[in-house]
Ligand binder design. Structure first.
Ligand SMILES: *[C@@H]1O[C@H](CO)[C@@H](O)[C@H](O)[C@H]1NC(C)=O
Ligand SMILES: *[C@@H]1O[C@H](CO)[C@@H](O)[C@H](O)[C@H]1NC(C)=O
Ligand SMILES: *[C@@H]1O[C@H](CO)[C@@H](O)[C@H](O)[C@H]1NC(C)=O
Ligand SMILES: *[C@@H]1O[C@H](CO)[C@@H](O)[C@H](O)[C@H]1NC(C)=O
Length: 393
């Protein structure tokens, strides 16, 4: 029998070992923030084939196995850093011995750069959705990272729109390259079909055709932190008061598995901006139960695609090992929509892992208090992208 005293001691030790929750302010930079943990970040500029220049951060461990963490819509590289060190994926993986890369999607606050277009002068800069992120950014990032790190393969961990990007990229023109060079695709809150999502923002967007209204009000980017007061009052007006503050809760909900303090840290650099068209493209999936290319309307679709209906993406043929991490309380990647996706993948032998976590929200991967999913992720990495034993001289 274990004496009570020992139990109390264990409990006290467990308490004192708990990692402190950092406090992240909007004025903090990633470089300054990570220096607190003794990590000196590298900054890289990745050029895409269509001229965008994306900023990526690297928590360097030269010659080590590589992981690339792709953030979601309205987010940035910050999202992997906002929790305690044992639950902030970027820091955790770096401490485990991985070479960690954090790209930023075109149009967010870190990636407003192009070889010829000026984001604040040229509307064409904002003419993109996750379709272009998939077609251009994913392969540019993977190529760049493998080139600089001199590695053959990497693990791609995407969250939300980060998963949408890879689902599309993995069946598009660079499929063969990606199948060869991605040793594991981890999809946290896989987002494809959206018919059943219940996020307040997207639900209101659907009811009010918000995309069109936003395009009129904000022809360029949308939802940047600095514009929040303006956007807040606009949303408030057009939704007759339904949506008067734009918070994490409104965008994707949270759950009791999430830490309030970590959510506040995430909110310090959220939303980080995207194009109106990106938002509009998702909005199209709320109305019809499809996962496909941008719908320009029948006549324009003929010009773009040669057919009146926009082509669907075909996720069933994914050719890289795929792990699906799903939250039962995820209002954006709703279990019914994820079920639709799983059904498309049901005959695909590359699905190596699929698990629903009870009570997890869309943001639990960033701000959660549990480590159940982290243990599962570590086990997968041990199989698909192990840290090689170091040679000590
Ligand atoms: C744009 O990209 C270039 C590298 O190609 C970099 O030197 C420059 O600092 C970037 N500008 C911004 C605003 O990110
Ligand atoms: C936006 O991009 C599409 C192709 O992706 C192109 O057909 C269209 O003309 C572009 N629109 C503008 C305003 O540049
Ligand atoms: C790979 O890196 C070399 C320099 O190390 C550079 O010259 C080359 O352009 C890079 N290729 C890509 C695709 O980034
Ligand atoms: C999707 O890809 C799978 C596997 O390559 C193929 O069997 C199927 O016919 C494709 N579906 C469509 C609608 O193109």
């Amino acid at each position: 029998m274990i004496p009570l005293g020992a139990l109390v001691l264990c409990w006290a030790a467990g308490k004192s070992l708990a990692e402190p929750m950092p406090v992240i302010k909007n004025s903090d930079t990633i470089e300054e923030y990570l220096s607190r943990y003794g990590i000196s970040v590298e900054e890289h500029f990745v050029h895409t084939d269509d001229g965008y220049i994306l900023r990526a951060f690297r928590l360097p461990r030269p010659s080590s196995p590589v992981v690339l963490l792709q953030h979601g819509i309205l987010a940035s590289a910050w999202c992997w850093l906002v929790n305690t060190v044992d639950k902030s994926l970027a820091i955790l993986l770096w401490q485990m011995g991985y070479d960690v890369w954090l790209p930023n999607s075109r149009g967010n606050t870190f990636s407003r750069n192009h070889t010829t277009l000026k984001p604040f002068l040229n509307k064409e800069f904002w003419n993109f959705t996750f379709d272009e992120m998939a077609t251009f950014d994913v392969v540019a990032n993977v190529r760049y990272v493998l080139n600089v790190s001199s590695q053959q393969k990497l693990t791609f961990i995407g969250w939300s729109q980060g998963t949408t990007q890879m689902f599309i990229a993995a069946q598009a023109q660079h499929k063969e390259y990606l199948d060869m060079h991605v040793n594991l695709f981890v999809a946290l809150s896989p987002v494809s079909y959206l018919k059943h999502q219940t996020s307040t923002l997207l639900a209101v967007a659907k009811d009010f055709r918000l995309g069109q209204i936003l395009e009129y009000a904000f022809p360029y980017d949308v939802f940047t932190w600095s514009e929040l007061p303006t956007i807040g009052s606009l949303l408030c007006k057009v939704t007759f008061g339904k949506l008067c503050t734009l918070t994490i809760d409104v965008v994707c909900g949270s759950s009791p598995h999430d830490s309030e303090k970590a959510i506040a840290n995430l909110a310090a650099h959220f939303p980080a901006g995207t194009s109106v068209k990106d938002f509009d493209h998702y909005e199209q999936f709320l109305i019809s139960d499809r996962f496909g290319r941008f719908d320009y309307g029948r006549a324009e679709n003929v010009k773009h695609y040669g057919v009146p209906d926009p082509p669907s993406y075909n996720v069933s043929a994914i050719g890289m090992p795929l792990a699906l991490f799903r939250g039962s309380a995820d209002t954006l990647a709703d279990p019914l929509d994820v079920h639709h996706l799983s059904n498309d993948l049901k005959d695909n032998e590359n699905v190596v892992f699929s698990k629903e976590y009870a009570g997890y929200s869309h943001v639990t991967w960033m701000v959660g208090v549990d480590d159940e999913w982290i243990l599962d992720l570590k086990n997968l990495l041990e199989v698909f992208n192990p840290i090689m034993p170091r040679i000590i001289v």
